[in-house]
Design a protein around this ligand. Sequence first.
Ligand SMILES: NC(=O)c1ccc[n+]([C@@H]2O[C@H](COP(=O)([O-])OP(=O)(O)OC[C@H]3O[C@@H](n4cnc5c(N)ncnc54)[C@H](OP(=O)(O)O)[C@@H]3O)[C@@H](O)[C@H]2O)c1
Length: 415
Amino acid sequence: MPGHSHPTLRALSRTRRAIGVRMRSPLSQQSVRCKSGPYGYTQAKALVFSKNGEPSDVLKLHTYSISPSLSSKSVLLRSLAAPINPADINTIQGSYGSQPSFTSLIGTSSPSAIPGNEGVFEVLATGDPSSPIRKGDWVIPAVPQFGTWRTHAVAELGDILKIDKEGLNATQAATISVNPSTAYRILRAYGPTTGISTGLGVRPLEVGSGEWFIQNGANSGVGRAAIQLGKLWGLRSINVIRERSSGEATETLRRELVSLGADIVVTETQLLSREWRDQLAEITNKGREQIGLGLNCVGGKSATAIARSLSEGATLVSYGGMARQPVALPVGLLIFKDIRFVGFWLSRWNQQDVTGRRHMIDYIVSLIREGKFQDVPLDEVPWNWDTDTSTLIDQVQGGLQGFRKGKGIFVFGDT
Ligand SMILES: NC(=O)c1ccc[n+]([C@@H]2O[C@H](COP(=O)([O-])OP(=O)(O)OC[C@H]3O[C@@H](n4cnc5c(N)ncnc54)[C@H](OP(=O)(O)O)[C@@H]3O)[C@@H](O)[C@H]2O)c1
């Protein structure tokens, strides 16, 4: 009937009003942009995908408006920085362990999701003046699949976590909650077996003991965090990196990791060579010093070689699969060396230990503030209102390539 909208459309429009999003007419999309329109609407942009696939095929930049009326439990946020993590790309591809739900809440033509698990936002306005979160505060997502690749967001108070921004810059604040947290949890929870009499549990490496762990992907965000936390906690690390294009470049990377606190840095070629066994014996005082923990973010031959390097009763924790190769394990490692193979997923830990997560983030923030924790090298991607869609999407597409000069991170400017 003319003049009467379909019930589904009416329901959708009610939902949009509830979350403060207004659909833009084709006419208004052509109009000159003003950050806050005549009725106080905030203009926003988000990268979105409506089906899984390669980022360059499925990502789109969507423009929408956010209503100034906020519920008492919500806040209006402006994005400051948001990294491009491998997990975000896997989410777009559809190979990640969880998927965001596709909705039409920001007025996309088909139900879509906003990628980006990690980032930091500045609070622009709050729905309740007595809210514990105030204008000007910095917040990070408290929930997975928050959707950080957008210029602005309206969030429920329960979905964000305030961080003490003093002494932090935006890129530091945007990168604390995934990689350093993963390294922290693995080093604090896993290690060698406690034996049959204790039900075959594991104990973490003992702080201050100088116990060894070994890891591949040592140049990754998690790897660099593990090196630094390990050093701070009095542990020793053997770190495996891939050769760079020249011996000199490999040596530069080796020195960089040593300056972060790595005890030993070897290349993947060394790890896979026949000589590795003898070299390892030399490092561990003829095997008298145990390697109770391995961290695997690569898979394939690298993971097998890491597993072979472990001492009896050690644990190999797999948290990533950058080489996209399965992990093949000699049965002898299970039977005769009693090695434990486990997987780790930070999202599960965050869900099950909310208070522990809060303490961990505060601890990491304090280390950064005290100058005890270095950022990963970053490849900053400025995101302004007029930044080309292709510039943003190309950066995402390149995010899984190896040998990058740094982790891609959107840094929001004039949005
Ligand atoms: N399970 C969890 O909860 C959890 C949490 C955080 C991260 N992760 C996973 O951990 C991994 C690392 O994440 P990140 O953010 O730390 O990574 P990142 O900083 O973006 O670094 C990527 C790393 O992967 C390496 N790499 C890329 N392609 C490779 C290949 N084909 N073979 C071997 N190494 C390769 C790179 O080595 P080069 O420097 O040599 O290029 C680099 O060290 C990812 O798989 C991610 O999904 C898992």
